[in-house]
Design a protein around this ligand. Structure first.
Ligand SMILES: Cc1cc2nc3c(=O)[nH]c(=O)nc-3n(C[C@H](O)[C@H](O)[C@H](O)COP(=O)(O)O)c2cc1C
Length: 577
């Protein structure tokens, strides 16, 4: 693969920017051009409509009318599994796969967690967060015959509003056996897709990025839900998008008609026990899906689309996976759990259920809450794979971390405020030192556990800077800390090709999901920040090379609740039971 480089900062006039990407460009060049063009700059945001066209607002709920619907029994609230146990691999008793356990899996991963009401408007929240609460991610499962669910293996779509599964296709026993042949006994498959239009409706060209962040968050919620049942989950990274589409029924023209299409994202295998990531794949083409009996037609999400954003289709096309090449990377040099945490965490505040279903984004931070050093270090330690390959959710993906943190520390007791760095791959320390501002101190934080590579770069009050680079959002300056997720973008694309652009966002989303739950456990809150000025973030850390790019932002701190909102239960039939 030819080596690709980032160009100089984009300075195109609005007229030039309206053009689509170069038709002769390589996939990697298309990615680079898309990333540059969808940067927010202080004086020029990425192209979008700029207003909300309420008449074309997309329905956040996909359904397949005509497909059989299986209602999942809503799990009784109050499951006592402690939150910390999610991360203590092997400590959660394995639940058998049943209607009830499948229901709990979707409840913790993708279900509604509340309805909110304000002045006559009502909207729902989910276990998985989403940029603008637009929820472009759709969830699927390929499950065996299960009592109460179906007497044959089938492909299901998960509908979160009603907590039901829609049976899209029934598979014959032979196809099922062939499909699951590469995996251990008791395995099933889950899949994710994106409806780009849902995000593009509001965010225009930058929407592809947000769809990918949301996939990353959802991949983490799926992994965490599996952990709560004593199961493992592994991304099948070598599977081609055509196979994902075929397996989930996304390529069935007749079933979509004029309805908005879904872009295939990923397939993962779930089972009580699984070999290491990178060693598993699907048989392609997927056996039996084409000849299965498919049911249901996708609903239309918007009556019309005011404006289309062709660059989203172009970057989606450029990042499609052909199904070749699985990733296997060695994590033998990573720290152990003891090195990362000092004493492994075996106690805590919340149950897993409280953290997972109670997770919320802070809409404002109080500008006063400080956290302890121990809390800060624990949150950061959760973001590392361990050398035994068992640290959750990092055991779900086969690549070494490529997302590193540039931190804006405001209020952590015992640590001076300032800029910090956390290379999430210890071997990338030198590369980060090379790429960031020469004058940075790179002083190891000696009070943290020995396996945590946390460095003080520069002391000082960086609250205004953190808010400024986050599109002026106060939440980035008013928390205890915020951060930019910086990736070796060019090296990633040159190593694994254009499709890996998606993986970088997925990893960023997973980092975000871990921080969301860790903030709940710490009694505070956090918020994903997709709106930031890309190059201002780079400047804050003195990154002049365009090989490295910021992929996501996050803030963590003491929340200010919006008392004007009324909170309603996620499922009204919850009260009937
Ligand atoms: C990828 C992503 C980007 C986000 N960007 C912002 C942001 O820039 N500013 C903000 O206030 N919230 C942001 N959020 C938070 C969402 O608005 C929030 O997740 C959504 O409203 C749903 O609320 P919940 O997280 O409480 O379920 C972002 C969330 C995600 C997942």
């Amino acid at each position: 693969m030819a080596s690709v480089r980032f160009p100089l900062p984009a300075t195109g006039s609005p007229a030039q920017r309206a053009r689509s990407l170069d038709a002769d460009a390589s996939p990697e060049e298309v990615v680079v051009a898309y990333h540059e063009r969808t940067k927010h700059h202080v004086h020029r945001y990425a192209a979008s409509l700029g207003t909300m066209d309420w008449a074309t607002q997309p329905d956040p709920f996909r359904r397949y009318p005509g497909a059989d619907v299986v209602r999942l029994p809503l799990p009784k609230p109050g499951r006592m599994l402690p939150y910390w146990q999610l991360y203590a691999t092997g400590s959660v008793p394995t639940e058998p796969l049943s209607l009830e356990s499948a229901s709990l899996f979707f409840r913790y991963a993708l279900s509604l967690t509340a309805w909110k009401r304000f002045q006559g408007s009502t909207w729902s929240l989910r276990a998985n967060p989403s940029s603008g609460n637009l929820h472009p991610t759709e969830g699927y499962a390929v499950l065996p015959a299960i009592a109460g669910l179906g007497d044959a293996p089938a492909v299901y779509h998960y509908a979160p509003r009603e907590h039901v599964l829609e049976r899209r296709a029934i598979l014959d026993a032979k196809s099922w056996t062939q499909l699951l042949a590469p995996f251990p006994e008791g395995s099933f498959l889950v899949g994710l897709s994106s409806v780009h239009w849902r995000e593009a409706w509001k965010y225009g060209e930058r929407a592809f990025r947000y769809c990918q962040h949301d996939v990353g968050h959802a991949l983490a919620t799926l992994r965490i839900a599996a952990a709560a049942l004593g199961w493992r989950l592994v991304l099948l990274d070598g599977v081609g998008d055509a196979s994902i589409s075929e397996l989930l029924g996304l390529s069935r023209e007749d079933d979509f008609g004029a309805a908005e299409r879904e872009e295939p994202e990923l397939i993962a295998v779930v089972a009580p026990d699984l070999p290491p990531t990178g060693s598993l794949s699907l048989i392609e083409p997927t056996p039996g899906c084409a000849r299965a009996l498919w049911q249901g037609k996708a609903n239309t999400l918007s009556p019309e689309h005011g404006i289309e954003w062709p660059v989203i289709d172009e970057v989606a096309q450029a990042t499609r996976r052909s199904g070749t090449g699985r990733i296997t990377e060695d994590i033998a040099g990573f720290p152990t759990e003891v090195e990362l945490f000092g004493t492994p965490i075996r106690q805590g505040l919340l149950t897993a259920e409280k953290a997972v279903l109670g997770r919320r984004s802070a809409v404002a931070m109080d500008g006063s809450t400080a956290i302890s050093r121990a809390t800060f270090f624990r949150m950061l330690a959760r973001l590392f794979p361990t050398r035994d390959g068992r640290s959750m959710p990092w055991d779900a993906i086969p690549w070494r971390p490529r997302i590193h943190l540039g931190l804006f520390v405001h209020r952590v007791d015992g640590l001076p405020p300032g800029l910090y760095a956390l290379p999430r791959d210890p071997e990338r320390l030198a590369a980060l030192q090379e790429v960031m501002r020469r004058e940075f101190r790179w002083q190891p934080v000696t009070t943290c556990p020995p396996g945590l590579p946390l460095y003080l770069l520069q002391e000082g009050d960086c609250r205004a800077m953190a808010a400024a680079v986050s599109c002026g959002q106060d939440i980035a300056g008013d928390g205890a800390f915020s951060l930019g997720m910086i990736a070796d973008c060019m090296d990633s694309l040159n190593t694994y090709g254009a499709p890996f652009y998606r993986n970088l966002f997925w990893e960023a989303g997973m980092v975000g999901q871990v921080l969301y739950l860790e903030a709940e456990e710490a009694g505070i809150r956090s918020t994903g920040i997709g709106c930031y000025f890309d190059d201002s973030v780079h400047e804050a850390f003195g990154i002049a090379s365009r090989e490295w790019q910021s992929f996501y932002h996050f803030t963590v701190g003491g929340p200010v609740e919006d008392a004007r909102l009324t909170t309603l239960p996620a499922y009204s039939f919850q009260e009937e039971q």
